[in-house]
Design a protein around this ligand. Structure first.
Ligand SMILES: Cc1ncc(C[n+]2csc(CCOP(=O)(O)OP(=O)(O)O)c2C)c(N)n1
Length: 536
């Protein structure tokens, strides 16, 4: 049905007579601003938004059964498409449920238009049960917050929200939509606002880096990168610089998106633990940063460093996150003439022996199709796949940017919505996967082409390691049970085949290399969601 009310004559009214409510005006403005996917979990205050979904041509709505799924999908979508999705969340509690993955999205600098419904402005005075400080919840994860107070301005507010989300390097723009603003008669949709390009890096900074590279001694200089520098154009420029000068190319441990594999320029990934980063950085005399910050330890530990570069290391920012790091790398590369070294395709042989992260990594690398997307929350089982995938077919690697577990599954779903022609492989710890397990249901409903590998070690394995590293383990006495019970996911064991099956995703449990290989190879040549529980 059209949004146009029929005039008395039975004729469609002219454009000047088009009546829309605030919600429809908002949605139409989103579509006009090239935001055409909305990940949603609505409630009563969002009912006019829900009915407007069918009135705003071009908007695809995707339901998530928990807000952490909604926000994680919006993150995956934004990382892969480079443009924001909208969310729809139910007042403060809905937003609060989605905060952890908005935190991860903020760390990834993902553009998201985060729409949060609220009580009608006339209702706010009564402090009804669902009333809360929505802006207060939103503040730490948002780069922009606005509460629309009138249906006549909601279109303009929406266009501003999209512009804010896309403002370099990208961020969460939270738009609070009171129910009466959604239902009142509104003005026509607003046109898209221009997106500001990332700030250009000053020539003097580029010249300084060129000069430093000319006199540098190869490997004692490293370029540490994040953001769009880790996509093709940036990597290409960095590869030319490395080929000409011998500098090391390094990326953050948890980069939002890294293009890896055959044909690409190789980048070392910083390790996770502080002492490993210190070791990696020990020979670096000059660290050049592109869109990132100096590396620090993920956590503090007694007697271990937080700052991971060597004391005398000179640090230069070629670009900050909001600046055009790719342009700056290209400007530096233009001063040198060299062709980048590229990774040769080298697929592992079929492994035998134990089913573990290394054999699984080799099988994944062997069968991963060209152009796949890997959503990696494999936690303590991530090293094997990461090593094996270095020379696999070209792919995109997405990582857990903010340390808040439960991101990998929805991230994979959002990536699959953004890139329907590409295979998505999600590598996930069983503990983290339980946080946003409802993601599987959305995969089934939307028939998303995601293969999930659950590393079923039935433990929070990393926490055992961290317990020893923090020194807390020394406080345990013989026979202490409660502390250990915090780390083991047994009594009962999680049954992933039934969990996935109950949400409509075909699943299989494997315990051997042969079984895993068969299941993974078969999933790679079929479409649609699959889950493999690898008991390790
Ligand atoms: C939101 C959130 N809650 C809790 C933690 C603490 N935490 C870090 S890793 C982890 C367990 C991860 O388990 P799993 O995904 O099974 O991977 P494994 O360590 O077994 O490899 C937990 C609970 C966290 N990082 N984020």
């Amino acid at each position: 049905m059209s949004s146009r009310r029929r005039s008395g004559t039975g004729e469609l009214p002219s454009d000047a007579e088009v009546h829309v409510n605030g919600a429809e005006s908002l949605l139409r403005t989103l579509v006009t601003s090239n935001v055409d996917v909305c990940f949603a979990n609505p409630g009563t205050s969002e009912m006019h938004f829900v009915t407007a979904l069918d009135r705003a041509p071009g908007m695809r709505a995707v339901l998530g059964l928990f807000e952490g799924v909604v926000t994680g999908m919006a993150d995956g979508y934004g990382r892969m498409s480079g443009r924001p999705a909208a969310t729809l969340l139910h007042l403060g509690p809905g937003l609060a449920n989605g905060l952890a993955n908005l935190h991860n999205a903020r760390r990834a600098a993902t553009p998201i238009v985060n729409v949060v419904g609220d009580h009608a402005t006339t209702h706010a005075q009564y402090d009804a049960p669902l009333a809360s400080d929505i802006a207060g919840f939103a503040r730490p994860v948002s780069s922009w917050i606005h509460a629309s107070t009138s249906a006549t301005t909601v279109a303009a507010d929406t266009a501003r929200a999209v512009q804010a989300a896309r403002h370099a390097p990208g961020g969460v723009a939270t738009l609070i939509l009171p129910a009466d603003v959604a239902w009142a008669e509104a003005s026509a949709p607003a046109p898209a606002l221009p997106v500001t390009a990332p700030a250009r890096v000053d020539d003097s900074v580029v010249d300084g880096v060129i000069e430093a590279l000319r006199v540098s001694r190869g490997q004692s200089t490293a370029i540490l990168m994040r953001g769009s520098a880790l996509l093709d154009r940036g990597l290409e420029a960095a590869g030319r610089i490395a080929a000409a000068t011998g500098v090391r190319l390094v990326c953050d441990t948890f980069a939002p998106r890294l293009q890896r594999g055959a044909g690409r320029v190789a980048v070392e990934r910083l390790p996770y633990f502080a002492e490993q980063i210190v070791e990696t950085m020990s020979s670096v005399e000059h660290l050049i940063l592109v869109g990132t910050k100096p590396p620090v330890s993920f956590f503090a530990y007694p007697d271990k460093p937080s700052w991971c570069t060597a004391p005398g290391t000179r640090i230069t920012y070629l670009s900050h996150a909001h600046e055009d790091g790719v342009g700056a790398l290209e400007a530096v590369a233009a001063a040198f003439t060299a062709q980048p070294a590229r990774i040769d395709l080298s697929l592992p042989d079929e492994p035998d022996g134990r089913l573990d992260q290394f054999s699984i990594g080799r099988i994944v690398a062997r069968h991963l199709p060209d152009g796949a997307i890997v959503s990696d929350e494999a936690a303590t089982n991530g090293l094997g796949p990461s090593l094996a995938l270095a020379t696999a077919r070209p792919h995109d690697h997405l990582s857990l940017t903010g340390g808040s577990i439960g991101q990998g599954l929805p991230l994979a779903g959002g990536a699959a919505v953004a890139c329907p022609d590409r295979k998505v492989v999600c590598l996930h710890g069983d503990g983290g996967a339980m946080y946003t397990v409802q993601s599987l249901w959305t995969q089934a409903r939307e028939n998303l082409d995601v293969t999930t590998v659950i590393f079923s070690n039935r433990a929070y394995a990393i926490l055992r390691v961290e317990m020893a590293r923090t020194g807390a383990q020394a406080l345990m006495a013989e026979g202490d049970r409660q502390a250990l019970d915090m780390f083991y996911l047994s009594r009962p064991d999680l049954d992933w085949v039934r969990i996935a099956g109950g949400m409509g995703v075909e699943a299989v449990r494997v315990t051997t290399v042969e079984e895993f290989s068969r299941a993974f190879a078969s999933a790679m040549v079929q479409r649609g969601p699959r889950l493999i529980e690898a008991v390790i």
